[in-house]
Design a protein around this ligand. Structure first.
Ligand SMILES: [Zn+2]
Length: 115
């Protein structure tokens, strides 16, 4: 299996635009493979804090914020071998309904690469 480089924590188009879904069973959350049918669970191989620091500012939506963080998860599907990445953070949308973020394309040097 290819390894993620330190700077490569960015998902591919396979997980973007709502294609990666998941669900809880108890209070654990599972990611479902976007390429396989049904609810094929992806294994979380690793995670990394890309950001973890005290909240820099507190506006109307962030007044209860304690820290700012971005956690990246390295995901792998044993069935189809999809190896990808997803991030969870509290520095983007803070509430309301999700709007399509197409147009916020990543810079070339931020794209995921493998060793
Ligand atoms: Zn799969």
């Amino acid at each position: 299996m290819k390894e993620f480089k330190e700077y490569s924590w960015h998902g591919t188009p396979a997980v973007e635009d709502g294609k990666l879904k998941g669900k809880t069973d108890t209070d654990y959350f599972y990611f479902f493979c976007p390429k396989c049918e049904d609810t094929q669970i992806m294994q979380i191989l690793d995670f990394r804090f890309l950001k973890k620091e005290p909240a820099k500012y507190k506006d109307k939506y962030r007044k209860r914020l304690k820290r700012e963080f971005i956690i990246a998860f390295e995901l792998y599907c044993h069935k189809c071998k999809l190896h990808d990445c997803v991030k969870v953070s509290n520095i983007g949308w803070q509430g309301g309904k999700l709007k399509n973020s197409i147009g916020l394309k990543i810079k070339e040097n931020e794209k995921r690469m493998y060793l």
